[in-house]
Each structure stands twice: as C-alpha cells, then as structure tokens.
Ligand binder design. Structure first.
Ligand code: BGC
Ligand code: NOJ
Length: 817
C-alpha cells in the first residue's frame, strides 16, 4: 500500500492521507534555526542545539506516536464546529488532505466543510525564525465566519531539564504580550539573553499563553477550551507551562481567500542591552521588532521562500543524473542529497527516533557524513573538519562525541572506540578530493580543545594512524577498545548489571580483544594517508604508511581469514568472532565490506569469495543483515549486540549503513548487476509500494530494516539520521555511477547493470561543469575503454583538473571492457 507519491519535478514527496504508518517528517532550516515537522504538523524547533536551546516542547514516545507541534484550529462560528487543518490534533475527518514535504519546507493542505486551508512552514535563509504561511478559502456559496487559533507549547530551553525538573520549572515560566506578539522569556531575568517570540500578521481577537487555561482542566489538544468556546482567555503565564496561542477572526465571502502569517522565532540581545528601560525587567524589543515586521508582510515571505528554493537548486545542481532507474535518479538528484544535509546539520541528535537530548555530534559519524555533503557545502565541510579535529585527543584517539554548541569533546561519553581516529583520515581525504584545498593540512588545530596545543591538521592524521600502531593485540591485529564501528560489539565490557549503559560504563583496559574490521579500516585509511603524505611532500611518511598497511594486510590474511570470509574479531579470550567455528554470529558483514574496500583479496579471489558468502548467508530481499546466525541469547563477553532480540539493530538487523560497503565491494570486483540490486533493496523509493511493511518515510533511508530473524522482517526504523545517508549517496554517485572524485581529477568508472544502455550525469567539480554521457552499447557492467572530452579522446579514465571555464565540458565515456 502507498500513502503518497513522489513529485520529482517539484522535488516534493506528496502524502495523500494523514494516517501514515509512522509520522513521516521533514526538516526546516539549514543554518542555525531548525525544526522537525511531521505530515500532521507535529514536531518542534530549536536554535543550534536540540537539547540546550529548544524553543517548543515535544513529548517523545507518545500515544499517538506524534504529539505536540505547530498546530492550528479552524472554528466555524456559525456551527461551533472546529477542526485541525493538519488533521492532528483533532483528527477530524477531512474531505481533502495533502502534505507536500519539499526541500526545507512543508505544505499541508486540506479541506473540511468546504473551507480550504493551506499552511507552508519554512525557515528563511539567514534568519533564526520560522514562518507559517497560512491561507484559508471559503468554497461555500455563502459567507463563512471563522475563528483561527494557533497553538504551540514553549519548552523551557533545556529539553532534558524541561522533561524532568518539575519542582523548579513549574515556577519559572514567564511571558510578555506586546502588540499581539507573544514573547517567551523564561530565565531571561537571570543568565539568558535570548527569548522566543510568536507573532501573527493579524489583529488579534485574543490570546492565551498559559497552556492549561487554553486547554482547560482535564482536556487535551483535541478539544481545547478556548477553541471550543470560540474565545481566548487572554491568559498570562506565570510558571506552569507557557504556551502561545493567537485567536484571529476571519470572515470570508464565497470564494474569498485570506492569508495570515505567523512567525515563531529565536532572538538574542546583547548582554548589556537586555532590558528596556535598562533598569526594568522588560525585554528590549528594539532589535527584534524589525525582524518580526519584515516577515509579517507577505512580500518578504514570498521572496524568502523563492530564495530558499534557489538555494536548493544550487546545492542539488552539483550532481544530477538521468539513468534508466527512476528510484536511483530521485535519490541522487533530490532526496539522498537532501538527507545528507540533514545528517550534516543534525548528526544523530534530533529526529523522531533521536530525542535531541541524548547525543552530541559523533566523531565517527560526522566524519562519515562528510562523504555525503562535502560537494554541496565545501566551506562548511572545512569548518566541520577543523572542529572535529580540535576535539581529538593527544594520543590520536578521540572523544566519541562533541557538543555542537560548545564544540568541545563530551567527557560523559568518553573515548576508547578504537576505530574513531581513522574516520578523520577518510573525512579529510574526501574533502581534499572534492576541493583540492591542500592548505587545510597546514591549518593549526588544537588537541582536546586546549589552547597552545595546536599542530597542523596533517599531524592529527598522523596521530590517527599511529594510534592503531600503538594498540596492537596478540595476533598483530588492532585492539578493539570499547568498540569499533559496531558500537554494540562490546568485547571489554562484561556488563552484568541491569540498565547499565553498554556505551558508557567503565570497560576493562583490554589487551586481548582485536578487531579485523579496524584492521581493514587501518589499511583503507593508511593508503589514503600515504597518498596525502606524498602530495604533502612527506614521501618518507608515505612509504612508512604503505609498509605498515602491507604488514597489516599480511596479518589479516594470516589471522583474519576464515576460509570463505573475513573473521570479524577476537574476543577477550582470543576466540574468533564471525568464524565458522562459532555457534552463532559465524559471519559478519562489516569485515567483508571493509577489507574488500581496503583492496584486500582483490587479486587472489578472496574478495569475491567473501562477497559470495555475504550473498549466500546474509543477503535478504530487504537488504543485507549484519550477521548470521543471530544471537539467541545474551553473551556477556559480547555485550550490547546480543542484548537485542534476533533480527533487530546490530543483532542481525539490516543495518543499512554497512550495506553500501558491500555494494562498493561488488563494484570493485566489477559486479554491476549485484551492486545495483543490493542498492535497490534498501532504496526507500523502490520500497514505496510496500509502505505497510517498510512503514518509514519512502523518501529517506532508515538506519535499520528488521532482519530475517525478526517477526517484522522488512520494517524500517530510525529514519533520517544515519550514516546510511552519506554512504548510499557516496556509493551510488561515486561507485555505481562511478563519477568519483580523486586528488587530481574526476574519475569516470561506472559499474552498472548490464542491461543499462547508459546514463547521463552533470557534475560540478572544482569550478567546472562536466556533462558526462556514459554509453554501454555492449551490455557491459564496467570498464571505460574510450573517453572523449569535448570530442577529443583522452587516455585513461580520469578527467584532469582544469581552469574554470564558462562552458560545460562534454564528456563521453564508452564501456567496452
Ligand atoms: C545502538 C547503536 C548506537 C549506540 C550509540 C546503541 O544502543 O544500538 O546503534 O550506535 O547505541 O548510541
Ligand atoms: C549508530 C552510530 O551512530 C554509529 O556510529 C555506529 O557505527 C552504528 N550505530 C553501529 O553501531
């Protein structure tokens, strides 16, 4: 069953019924002010940090799932009937309903009793506010007398504290209402110099700012007392739950439309100009008034919306493709790139599955995210790299997370994830390949955010590499530490206490448990570092890196190969994990993908053998599961991985993040058919028609799809904020379509299904636009044998960097191999 459809021309997903299996959401904002919005207007907003600067309240894990949001109520004052034009919260039956999620905006339209309503929500570029552009049309043949009520619940800034510290928070809430603008100023009297505001373009018939007055005792959002009565109470919040509701009366002749703008925003005042008059407790509104005024008139709103659309034209214009596969095209051209921007902005902090209070920016996650967004916003990628590197420990290790607001490493989560440092090398490599900005390597960057500890970024990469060399286990493989990419393979944890966090509890300083995955990653990152070092004039270092990676490859052959696939790890007793000798967890996906991507086994057939084993033991029609057989019980020596019931998450779920590693590996061995088939299995657009099974949004990848051991095989969870976004984007654009950035140019090396006759892609790269036509007359899967650049034949398959030209460069690549 489908709940909507793609509108590729407008870059929108159109949801045609409100009761989607799960909330299907979108993100508003892409700079500092952000919002999450569901297809029924649920969600919340925050400034920079979803935990510390939360503007509006949202209650996670609610029933219904999605509750709390940017709600409007329309009331027919002739009949006293009222409804929500976004369906929630009243869930009144609507005659028509449509939600269009677009690039940074969402429009919800509906019709009820011949009253049509449409609301577009978006965040203008350069502003710290969101706009709700609402219009209502009377389609009756008689006049309509309506009341419109807005409703948001203010969060008292720190979302964690807001949800727990009631003995204090029920007494701190404060608001001001001036000229129809509701100002939320809790804690402004003390150490905050920021406040929120909620404004409306119309003259108000009334307002409410105390939630429980608006709702009335023992009522809920589906029948607020004010809406039912058709009259606000003009309540002024003192303590309890500050709320924002405007009441506007609208009279419409038959056929008449009225547009009303709401502006919800965040504003900071200079610390010494907080109050006006200065010795009062009244917010100084001089600085915010012009901002509010700017958007309450319709013209600036339209201009801001157009600017937002244009911005996305530019961002998405970097890479566009027309291939024989509509699902791949819309992911590359629209949704996957868009999702990559969301992971760049949010990391793993705020989605409908990440509460916004739990996690900062992950060291490993943010580096991998670079793979997906570096081409769109290289300057911001540069800043991100320098921020991440500044949290690196002097040992070369990493704080596992850092806080976006302070940009400092988060000690609560700690360190000791021994794969972490290598992702920095891969992130920087991706940046260098995209931009050629070698200067970044010389940038002085602190360690552990300590002033005076600055070293060139290049030195950070060296320390990342050396970190592993200094932590080698009994087989010569890297020690795993707290965990590697698989946060749940906790070989040094030995947790027997209920509720104890596998992620943060003190671990044994293990000197035995080793990771074949890190060994593969070390080889992959080491080869990149060697290439970087060579270019950076450090050829001795380059040689050293290659010598060390060659040594590690040998160790992998000796102790990391099981006969038909790569072993996953050795536990604290030096017993193999992911080997045929194991009873459960005999084969894992991660070491197959990582070792092959590192080039191991490509020459002697081991790579192919490993990939065939993946196909045989791990591939399902919904994607490739993480390991088999699933763990049927808890193993104290393995930790969180065995805490999940079989088929979910790391315990044999389809952990989509690592499927691309296999897809790239298949591309590396030239298997275009299988690579694309695996890609399509997890591509949400291709899964749209099984919406009732998949259940998550069909326009973005999910972190996990339930594996074959789960009763709900095929059901997706944790959509949006996942490394899957960057890895799938990187895989389809750079490895399947094969237009791959390299240090000295753009490589054209497609590995595609034999039945494709070809495709055309446009790629902006280092100041030039390339229009690349790939032809596949003989039904091959790989092998560019002829490359024509502006009609002239070029040897090899790399388009060298050239001075920017105004005309696009025409490239024809013919597969013949
Ligand atoms: C999840 C992992 C996640 C980790 C860190 C675990 O509970 O299963 O996927 O990476 O938490 O937050
Ligand atoms: C999610 C985490 O964000 C990521 O860092 C980790 O690699 C995977 N889970 C696998 O455990």
């Amino acid at each position: 069953m489908q709940y909507g459809h793609f509108d590729d021309q407008h870059r929108e997903y159109v949801i045609t019924r409100p009761d989607t299996p799960l909330p299907w959401i979108n993100y508003l904002g892409c700079e500092s002010y952000f919002g999450l919005i569901s297809n029924t207007a649920g969600g919340y907003s925050f400034y920079r940090d979803a935990r510390l600067r939360r503007l509006t309240r949202y209650r996670y894990n609610n029933a219904p799932f999605d509750f709390g949001g940017r709600y409007l109520y329309i009331r027919d004052n002739d009949t006293d009937k009222f409804w929500s034009p976004s369906w929630q919260p009243t869930r009144t039956k609507l005659d028509k309903y449509e939600c269009r999620h677009g690039m940074g905006y969402t429009t919800i339209s509906s019709s009820c009793g011949k009253i049509e309503a449409q609301t577009t929500y978006f965040v203008p570029l350069g502003e710290t506010l969101e706009i709700w552009k609402f219009s209502v049309t009377n389609r009756r043949n008689k006049p309509a007398k309506l009341s419109l009520f807005s409703s948001i619940e203010f969060c008292l800034w720190d979302a964690q504290d807001d949800a727990t510290n009631f003995q204090r928070n029920f007494s701190t809430g404060q608001v001001e209402i001036v000229d129809g603008v509701i100002y939320h100023k809790t804690e402004y009297r003390e150490r905050r110099n920021h406040f929120a505001y909620f404004a409306c373009s119309e003259k108000l018939a009334g307002f409410d700012t105390q939630r429980d007055t608006f709702l009335g005792a023992y009522r809920s959002w589906d029948n607020p007392a004010a809406v039912e009565a058709g009259k606000s109470f003009n309540s002024v919040a003192h303590g309890w739950a500050p709320h924002g509701s405007h009441h506007v009366k609208v009279s419409l002749k038959p056929g008449e439309t009225k547009e009303i703008i709401f502006v919800l925003g965040y504003h900071e005042n200079p610390a010494d100009k907080k109050f006006d008059p200065p010795d009062s407790q009244t917010i100084n509104k001089q600085t915010v008034k012009p901002v509010i005024a700017k958007y309450l008139g319709g013209q600036n709103v339209t201009a801001a919306f157009d600017a937002l659309r244009q911005n996305w034209d530019t961002l998405l214009g970097v890479y566009q493709v027309q291939s024989p596969d509509v699902h791949a095209d819309r992911m590359v051209n629209i949704w996957n790139a868009y999702q990559c921007m969301a992971t760049f902005n949010m990391s793993r902090s705020a989605s409908f599955y990440e509460s916004g209070i739990g996690r900062g920016l992950g060291f490993r996650d943010s580096n991998q995210d670079l793979l997906g967004f570096v081409q769109m916003v290289p300057a911001r990628a540069r800043e991100r790299i320098l921020d991440i590197a500044a949290t690196q420990l002097k040992s070369g290790g990493a704080f596992h997370q850092y806080q976006p607001l302070t940009k400092r490493g988060n000690n609560d989560i700690g360190s000791g994830f021994n794969d972490d440092p290598h992702w920095l090398i891969l992130g920087v490599a991706a940046y260098l390949k995209e931009t050629g900005d070698w200067g970044i390597l010389a940038e002085p960057v602190q360690f552990e955010n300590e002033p005076g500890s600055e070293q060139p970024l290049y030195e950070h990469l060296r320390r990342s590499f050396n970190y592993t060399l200094e932590r080698i286990g009994p087989h010569g493989l890297p020690l795993i530490g707290r965990a590697d990419w698989n946060d749940c393979l906790n070989l040094n944890c030995f947790s027997d206490t209920p509720g104890q966090s596998f992620q943060t509890t003190t671990n044994k300083d293990g000197k035995v448990a080793e990771s074949v995955f890190i060994a593969g990653l070390f080889v992959l990152a080491g080869k990149e570092l060697a290439a970087i070092a060579k270019k950076f004039g450090q050829s001795k270092e380059a040689e050293r890196c290659l010598a060390e990676t060659a040594k590690m490859e040998k160790v992998i052959y000796q102790h990391g190969w099981d006969g038909e696939w790569f072993i996953r790890a050795y536990d604290d007793f030096s017993k193999p994990i992911g080997s045929k000798v194991c009873k459960e967890g005999k084969i894992f996906i991660e070491s197959q993908g990582m070792c092959v991507m590192a080039g191991i086994g490509l020459k002697d057939g081991k790579a192919k053998l490993a990939l065939d084993s993946v196909n045989k033991h791990l591939a399902t029609k919904h994607g490739i599961v993480l390991q088999q057989p699933a763990f049927t019980k808890y193993y104290i020596s393995m930790g969180e991985i065995s805490s999940y019931p079989p088929g979910y998450k790391e315990n044999a779920g389809i952990f989509c993040h690592n499927n691309p590693w296999i897809i790239i590996s298949e591309a590396m061995v030239g298997n275009g058919d299988r690579a694309f088939d695996y890609y399509t299995r997890i591509n949400p657009s291709a899964r749209e028609k099984i919406g009732d099974v998949h259940r998550c949004e069909p326009y973005v990848f999910a972190q996990m799809i339930a594996g074959k051991d789960a009763p709900t095989h095929g059901e997706a969870k944790n959509s949006w904020l996942t490394g899957t976004a960057a890895w799938t984007y990187y895989t389809i654009t750079q490895w399947i379509l094969g237009i791959r950035t390299d240090y000295d140019g753009l490589r054209v090396d497609p590995v595609i299904p034999a039945k494709w006759k070809g495709f055309t892609a446009t790629r902006r790269f280092r100041g030039n636009t390339y229009i690349i036509e790939v032809q596949n007359p003989k039904g091959k899967q790989r092998g560019v044998k002829k490359l024509l650049v502006n009609g002239k034949e070029l040897a090899g398959n790399v388009l060298p960097v050239r001075p920017p030209q105004s005309q696009p460069i025409q490239v024809v690549a013919v597969l013949e191999g």
